[in-house]
Design a protein around this ligand. Structure first.
Ligand SMILES: CC(=O)SCCNC(=O)CCNC(=O)[C@H](O)C(C)(C)COP(=O)(O)OP(=O)(O)OC[C@H]1O[C@@H](n2cnc3c(N)ncnc32)[C@H](O)[C@@H]1OP(=O)(O)O
Length: 430
């Protein structure tokens, strides 16, 4: 128990809509979370919009409240720390959607930091998720140094890219179908069904919470003039079915850079993906398009006559996974080759600790806990979580000193065993 534990009461409650009696608790929580991420104070209307969206996702909100509140400080229903969790699926390969405990909205007031509040809220939340039988937890992180200690490992990544879309932009093969403008606000209704198809087919994708649809359609909880700048286009296949969309804003007014920032680009197949890029490149009075969520092995690089038109401006870790139940998680994902390996997992929080034999036949794993067995490889829970989807390479983790090989060649065997049958990638930030 941390020496500060008795100074705070943790309350866990379901997000409440403005019509509910306990709405003030949710409203206070929303204001504090918002300030924790440096956003301007929200109007009452914006808070109620945020609460309605949290309620629609059935988010469990944790607030930490000081036992002794200081005179004239923020109201009593404003916590000093916030934390949210909700359940959505992760695509673990071959369209298998596994329910996961998603964690978001983690803030601790600077006046109460480093007193163990994050540790307390996190261990409490993971324990509940584990008891509820969830095999995975996931989050996207503000900083890469916070969550490894809790067993989370980076599992998908994205490149921040800028693509020159001036006269040099030419695709080697012209995609079929065509694009058309749509009122960006209509994406709030249209986008979820398109995203659902992407989610069902993309290993590493995490399903989205309701708030995302407001953001990408220019209707966030607290809209600003900037959000009215958001524009959108749909892509249609040759039969007229919608197979993708892009939402974006022009950022070049008042600057020399005539550029567009993509907020969201969702395509249900490769042709629609290239078709959306073809559309973006056709926008006049614009020389470049940037996007935060580019795939590492981007098909656009191979489709462009001049792949040097793409600049990678940064590489980001994206989703961090946490295996809570190694047997259920490893048996849930698909496999591309048969084999057997024994792994030992060290887990400070205990959830994934043990020695496990993974035996794969006919693309299906049978996993058994065998604590007496001699392991081929040994690693921390965060490392197994990073390797889980097949997006990280055990051989590279061995080279980094994060995976210990007890049997010669075991890291290579593990690489073959955990290889994914396609790119591991996602476009959900939460
Ligand atoms: C999923 C998400 O929502 S990501 C968003 C995370 N939130 C933010 O970035 C907002 C700004 N930051 C904050 O609100 C806080 O500083 C937090 C949430 C990052 C940390 O909260 P605290 O209550 O201060 O953390 P707590 O005291 O429980 O520390 C837990 C451990 O994490 C470490 N830690 C805390 N913050 C950081 C950090 N920013 N970087 C590295 N390590 C950190 C502590 O040293 C401690 O380590 P130990 O227990 O292994 O000795």
């Amino acid at each position: 128990m941390s020496k500060h534990e008795k100074d705070y009461e943790l309350r866990i409650f379901r997000a409440a809509a403005p019509t509910d009696a306990d709405y003030p608790q949710t409203a206070g929580w929303v204001q504090v979370e918002n300030q924790g991420f440096h956003f301007p104070r929200m109007t009452d209307e914006a808070v109620s919009r945020a609460a309605i969206r949290l309620e629609r996702d059935d988010q469990a909100l944790t607030g930490a409240y000081p036992v002794v509140r200081r005179a004239s400080s923020l109201p009593a229903e404003y916590p000093v720390a916030t934390f949210a969790s909700f359940e959505k699926t992760v695509n673990v390969g071959s369209g298998r959607l596994v329910p996961a405990h998603l964690i978001s909205s983690v803030t601790v007031r600077p006046t109460h930091r480093r007193k163990g509040l994050l540790r307390r809220m996190m261990t409490d939340s993971l324990t509940r998720a584990h008891e509820a039988g969830l095999a995975l937890a996931a989050l996207t992180a503000s900083e890469a140094t916070i969550y490894r200690r809790f067993g989370f490992g980076p599992s998908t990544w994205a490149n921040n890219i800028t693509v020159a879309t001036d006269a040099r932009f030419r695709l080697l093969t012209t995609p079929t179908g065509s694009a058309e403008w749509v009122d960006a606000r209509d994406l709030e209704q249209l986008a979820p069904a398109i995203f659902a198809k992407f989610h069902a087919s993309q290993t590493g994708s995490v399903d989205r919470h309701v708030g995302i649809w407001g953001r990408i359609s220019g209707q966030p909880d607290a809209p600003t003039d900037d959000d009215r700048a958001i524009r959108a286009a749909l892509h249609y296949d040759t039969t007229g079915e919608i197979d993708g969309y892009v939402s974006y804003r022009f950022t070049g007014h008042g600057t020399d850079a005539r550029s567009i920032e993509v907020l969201d680009l969702v395509a249900i197949d490769d042709n629609a993906y290239l078709g959306l890029w073809q559309y973006l490149a056709s926008i006049e009075l614009c020389d470049s398009v940037s996007w935060r969520a580019g795939r590492l092995d981007n098909p656009l690089s191979w489709a462009l006559a001049d792949p040097r038109l793409i600049s990678v401006t940064a590489a980001e870790d994206w989703v961090w996974l946490r295996i809570l139940d190694p047997i259920a998680a490893l048996e849930a994902r698909p496999y591309v080759s048969d084999g057997e390996i024994v792994l030992r997992v060290i887990d400070e929080l205990g959830f994934a600790a043990g020695t496990f034999r993974i035996s794969v036949t006919d693309a299906t794993a049978h996993v058994e806990r065998e604590d007496g067995a001699t392991p081929d490889v040994e690693m921390d829970a965060w490392v197994l979580s990073s390797l889980y989807l097949g997006g990280a390479d055990p051989v590279v983790l061995r080279a980094a000193g994060q995976l210990v090989e007890h049997t010669d060649g075991a890291a290579v065997r593990l690489r073959t065993l955990l290889a994914s049958n396609g790119p591991v990638y996602g476009i959900t930030h939460f």
